[in-house]
Write a protein that binds this ligand. Structure first.
Ligand code: ZN
Length: 357
């Protein structure tokens, strides 16, 4: 394929789930304005020139059953029909949840189909609610259906797709996606995330997969307040060689933007430069490994003013454009101690990867 065709899939404006709170709890940050303001930014800055636009189709509950238990799917149906209720930790239903979640899932499925289709190299699904915290049987952390996991499982049914890499760049560990594919040798899961090295928890680099999936789970737990340079080191030293070694047919990206320095939920310290860098590296890998393409699925990112520049930087990286100078890029001091600690972690991960148990 010679042209670098990109499709942006935008979520239908109807039936938008809003968590039922009257005061701004954390759940209130995950709202329809995230998508609306991002689209407005992209359009006003003419960042969609040459990019095809499509709308999300509505997936079916059967699609969700590709990775989820019938219990999880039924509980979302029932709670939405009742008009609200708690489905899990930080996972609250509204009457519009089922419709929103099925449109988000439809967007992820379409993005994956387009990326394996020869007419489109990269696709980006601008969808919500996010998905990467949803496990096989639990909604949690603002996530209901695991959009990227269902889409990956779906394209693995295609006879031309044997292996998929899911790269998760959200601020938080994609525990749901990791759990779903932990023993699956056909899916490599790589997550760069903020990690509390004092209290530990899921997402440690010693979690490397199980059984036939041993070695296919790669966690890169960085310290709080990590700067752009640590993300770039993680990409260059771990992510790129791990993907080259796995040699997938396609790359899926759980595209969370809450590691941005101005995000109200994440505590990292990066800006749109890093998202451009990651997208450029993915584009280079797709070309050098002769893959079918990549598909990107929106996860977190809760400052609607910075989501626009970050998504734009991603699209420009995928188009092979030079680093754009965007309004969120500013000089910030790097904490040298954190950079040093991250380098040590990355060294340990390289050892872990080269000598699997
Ligand atoms: Zn997140």
């Amino acid at each position: 394929m010679s042209s670098n065709v990109i499709t942006l899939i935008e979520q239908m404006g109807l039936d938008q789930h809003v968590a039922p709170f009257v005061v701004p709890f954390m759940e209130g940050f995950e709202n329809p304005e995230r998508i609306q303001m991002t689209l407005r930014y992209l359009e006003e800055n003419k960042a969609l020139k040459g990019i095809l636009k499509m709308k999300t189709p509505r997936a079916s509950c059967d699609d969700a059953l590709l990775v989820h238990s019938p219990y999880l799917v039924h509980s979302i149906e029932v709670m939405s029909a009742l008009g609200g209720g708690q489905l899990g930790e930080s996972a609250y239903a509204s009457e519009d949840l089922l419709s929103s979640a099925l449109h988000a899932l439809g967007g992820a499925l379409l993005a994956a189909e387009l990326a394996i289709d020869d007419s489109c190299k990269h696709s980006f699904a601008l969808i919500r609610p996010p998905g990467h915290h949803a496990t096989t049987s639990s909604s949690m952390g603002l996530c209901f259906f695991n959009n990227v996991a269902v889409a990956a499982r779906s394209i693995l049914k295609d006879e031309n797709v044997e292996k998929v890499t899911i790269l998760d760049i959200d601020d938080h560990f994609g525990n749901g996606t990791a759990e779903i594919f932990y023993d699956d040798p056909s899916v490599q899961f790589i997550s760069i995330h903020e990690y509390n090295h004092e209290s530990f928890g899921l997402g440690h680099f010693r979690e490397t997969g199980r059984g036939k999936g041993q070695g296919t789970n790669v966690n890169i737990p960085l310290h709080e307040e990590s700067p752009d340079s640590s993300y770039q080191t993680a990409m260059t030293k771990i992510v790129v060689p791990a993907i080259e070694e796995f040699n997938p047919d396609i790359i899926a990206v759980s595209a969370g933007y809450d590691a941005h320095f101005a995000d109200p939920i994440g505590d990292m310290c990066i800006d749109s430069r890093t998202y451009w860098f990651i997208a450029s590296e993915v584009e280079k890998l797709v070309t050098s490994l002769s893959m079918k393409g990549s598909f990107w699925v929106l996860e977190g990112g809760y400052n609607p003013l910075t989501l626009g520049p970050c998504v734009r930087a991603t699209l420009e990286g995928l188009q092979g454009k030079n680093l754009p100078q965007l309004e969120d890029q500013e000089e910030r001091d790097e904490d040298e101690e954190i950079v040093k600690k991250n380098k040590r972690i990355i060294k340990n991960i390289r050892k872990e990867i080269s000598s699997p148990q």
